[in-house]
Design a protein around this ligand. Structure first.
Ligand SMILES: *Cc1c(COP(=O)(O)O)cnc(C)c1O
Length: 369
């Protein structure tokens, strides 16, 4: 069976380097917030093009820390999308703010800026003032940042980019995560940059914000045992930070492999299945390669019968999930395009370690769909 994602292959592909890094971290005798974490943060910021990066426990916490550092909490609304990992919406509620969910542009699956403009021009009665926007650069491709940045400037909104699926993707030549006040990244094992456990990182080029993020992730400490702000415990450990330094050095090559696999899929798809749309303004790093099929269960079963795994990201938009249905605020479009997409999207196997033989097998099967 060719799995849809394969974090084990990612470890095996870099095993000697990763094992050496893990041994180094273990032998150091220092396991939380030390030299490995600082080295990873400096390397990540340098790679991204921001001045600061602050490691944390996971991508959900990265969003929470960003919101808290920007002073977004109870009494504020935050606009985001329903077509995302539930973590994006959960993080907004974790800090006590009110999410409001905008629909997607069905071609690129990212926040529809026309609807965002409508929402900002006519905010619904009863909704707290909208203070921030979290576009999700889903599947490895940018949301329409020109339009979203213009609205943030016009309405004085903080922009937090959810880059959990977009490590290395660009907009007009600049890496995602450097456009807003803060960019947040998950380092979950299957992401384009993945730890071998949980991890997250927050990037900013504002030194005061970076200092606040670093304090908030450890009880609000700026010096030991003195909490200047009401913080949390959300630290990236030294073993993961050591592994991530190895993975980061290979990230650009790994993204290039993902793009090559995407190109092979494009060429193999039958005429009735459209390849994913690419935006002209930036590079797509293919966290997922997603196509739409009306008869998804049947298509998945046919591929499974040939030993090819597929995934669905995600089967239910956030506003229809039991925890949120009927109580989460929606934009004027009612997230209808998100609901349609959730019923049709299908993700093909996508990881840099996919072999030539496996890729060829998948392409033959795609051509027969
Ligand atoms: C994975 C993901 C998250 C959450 O990251 P965790 O590390 O699992 O907490 C948030 N947003 C998006 C878009 C994601 O894909």
């Amino acid at each position: 069976m060719i799995p849809q994602a394969n974090p084990g292959a990612s470890y095996r592909g870099l095993k000697p380097e990763i094992d050496a890094a893990v041994a180094r971290a273990l032998n150091s005798g220092w396991y939380i917030l030390g030299a490995e974490g600082r080295a990873f943060e400096a390397a990540f910021a340098g790679w991204l093009g921001s001045t600061h990066a602050v490691g944390c426990a996971n991508g959900t916490d990265a969003l929470c820390l960003a919101l808290r550092a920007l002073g977004i909490g109870p009494g504020a609304a935050v606009a985001t999308v329903a077509h995302t990992a539930v973590a994006t919406v959960a993080a907004i509620e974790m800090v006590g703010a009110t999410p409001v969910l905008i629909d997607i542009d069905p071609l690129h699956y990212t926040m529809d800026p026309v609807e965002l403009a409508e929402l900002l021009a006519h905010p619904p009665a009863g909704l707290p003032p909208i203070r921030a926007v979290i576009p999700v650069h889903i599947y490895g491709q940018a949301a329409d940042l020109d339009a979203i940045l213009a609205l943030c400037a016009r309405y004085d909104l903080r922009l937090i980019e959810d880059c959990a699926q977009a490590h290395g993707a660009t907009w007009r030549g600049q890496k995602l995560g450097t456009f807003g006040a803060v960019g947040t990244f998950s380092l979950y094992p299957t992401k384009n940059l993945g730890a071998l456990g949980d991890g997250g990182v927050v990037a900013t080029s504002d030194p005061a914000l970076a200092a606040e993020l670093a304090a908030l992730r450890q009880y609000g400490w700026r010096q030991h045992y003195i909490s200047d702000s009401a913080g949390v415990n959300s630290r990236l450990d030294e073993v993961q930070a050591a592994i991530l330094q190895v993975k980061l050095a290979h990230l650009d090559a790994h993204n290039a492999s993902r793009q090559a696999i995407a190109g092979a899929y494009d060429a193999a798809l039958p005429a009735h299945i459209a390849p994913p749309a690419r935006r002209a303004e930036g590079a797509h790093v293919f966290h997922q390669y997603v196509v739409r099929v009306a008869d998804r269960p049947a298509v998945q079963a046919r591929l499974r019968a040939q030993g090819i795994g597929t995934g669905v990201h995600y089967p239910m938009p956030v506003h229809t999930q039991p925890a949120y249905a009927g109580r989460v605020a929606l934009g004027p479009a009612g997230c209808r395009a998100s609901a349609v997409a959730a019923g049709e999207v299908m993700s093909l196997p996508m990881y840099p370690e996919l072999t030539e033989a496996e890729l060829a097998r998948i392409c033959v099967a795609l051509g027969q769909l």
